[in-house]
Design a protein around this ligand. Structure first.
Ligand SMILES: [Zn+2]
Length: 431
């Protein structure tokens, strides 16, 4: 009987380094197939560009000996079959869509990492004890459709009601039509999930870092401590009363000054939390008077704004929501305005599995790869799996210039080091 030799972490690392040409080829394909004439790359969710990449990555995965399948959400799975096909599978993945004129690494790096890891395991002659599937996730960037984690939550059967009718902000195309055009089946996806959380042993995601902390500290790799949950008001309004510029101060119900007080109060709340060592973030990304009614010599009676508040624990999120509503009530009482918050969107906090993250940290030490733990200020598909109860871990790769722009600056050296940590973990975990 043939005995299987299991490689050391060092052998896994060396094998990953030998996959450099594969990594470079995959990153080149991404640029070639989705270059935006106005700069960077653009792969909108369920666009022909996104579909082309799913197709091309699937073709390359087949040449590596992986088994390629797609689900009703048109997500792509590239699987290294395990010795026991009935065992819970390991899922590695990230998204293949991008923001408009984004960079080449956000999302895609996580899929390339999975393929490089599988190629390295194959080169080492490893047949894992369970399937290892690399998932090319559809439609993660919520800027396009306003629904978060479409591909991953769709696969888990956890999309919110009405998600399939949501429309793309640029083209107005309904999500269901996009899925159909990309070869998926929205009706099937709406009533049947691709897998149960209990079918999955874990979900691993490698992603470029968005804040430049790793670059500042000269570290190639970060090990994720958690993904923030959020609450959002996508269409909030402050309603006061339009008035003549001659109106005395006490008589005014000015929507702009009331909303401005809100902004300053939220910023002060963030400062208070920061000095208390409680991480959070607050973003008011849209803030605008009504151009049809506003004028230089008119007291503004209406202001529209968005709010995104995020934190790393559900208790913190709850406390922040209570504080936010209290700030609003106090402004309403003093300024004679009304806040109409509209619908509230929420995403759960993504807790990372400590046993996997702990091993990642130990492996990094063993392989002399400089790394430290970092929180992710941004949202990732991993949060959808974590919220569904799947043990989840993330690795971040240093990236100097922030993400979602053509200047994303991940080096292949750093990428291969992060991928080596993941691969060594896979090798030891699937003996
Ligand atoms: Zn991303």
């Amino acid at each position: 009987m043939k005995t299987i030799e299991f490689p050391s972490g060092k052998q896994a690392f060396d094998s990953v380094l030998r996959q450099r040409p594969l990594a470079e080829q995959l990153f080149n394909e991404l640029v070639e197939l989705s270059r935006d004439p106005e700069g960077g790359v653009t792969r909108a969710p369920y666009s022909p560009e996104e579909t082309r990449i799913h197709q091309r990555f699937g073709d390359i995965a087949e040449t590596l000996g992986l088994v390629v399948t797609r689900d009703a959400m048109a997500n792509t799975y590239m699987t290294l079959p395990g010795r026991d096909p009935a065992a819970k599978k390991i899922l590695i993945g990230s998204h293949l869509d991008s923001v408009k004129q984004g960079g080449n690494f956000d999302g895609a790096a996580g899929v390339v990492a999975g393929l490089v890891a599988c190629a390295a395991l194959k080169e080492l002659g490893i047949q894992p004890n369970c399937d290892i599937s690399v998932m090319g996730v559809r439609a993660e960037e919520s800027a396009w459709v306003g629904v978060s984690y479409i591909g991953s939550r769709g696969a888990l059967g956890l999309l919110p009601d009405g998600a399939f009718d949501a429309k793309r902000s640029d083209s107005g195309m309904a999500l269901a039509d996009g899925i159909r055009a990309a070869g998926g089946d929205p009706d099937a996806a709406a009533c049947k999930k691709t897998f149960e959380p209990s079918d999955l042993r874990c979900f691993l995601e490698l992603h470029i870092e968005q804040g430049p902390l790793l670059d500042r500290d000269g570290l190639p790799v970060g090990i994720g401590t958690g993904i923030p949950g959020n609450f959002r008001f996508p269409e909030a309004r402050v309603l006061g009363e339009y008035g003549h510029v001659g109106l005395l101060k006490d008589w005014r119900r000015d929507a702009v000054t009331a909303a401005s007080e809100f902004v300053v109060a939220m910023d002060a709340l963030w400062a208070e939390w920061e000095s208390a060592g409680k991480p959070m973030a607050c973003t008011i990304g849209e803030f605008t008077t009504n151009p049809e009614l506003h004028a230089m010599t008119k007291v503004p009676g209406e202001l529209r704004f968005t709010l995104d508040v995020r934190a790393y624990s559900s208790a913190h999120l709850q406390e922040l929501e209570t504080r936010t509503l209290a700030i609003i009530r106090s402004i309403e009482e003093r300024r004679g305005v009304r806040f109409e918050l509209g619908k509230t969107a929420r995403a759960a906090v993504g807790e990372m599995a400590p046993e996997i993250s702990g091993r990642f940290e130990a492996i990094a030490r063993e392989l002399a790869i400089p790394a430290r733990r970092i929180g992710s200020p941004a949202s990732h598909d991993a949060a959808a799996f974590a919220a569904a109860g799947v043990p989840t871990a993330m690795l971040f790769v240093s990236n100097a210039n922030g993400s979602h722009n053509p200047a994303e600056a991940m080096t292949i050296d750093d990428f291969l080091q992060a991928t080596a940590i993941m691969t060594a973990w896979l090798a030891e975990t699937t003996r």
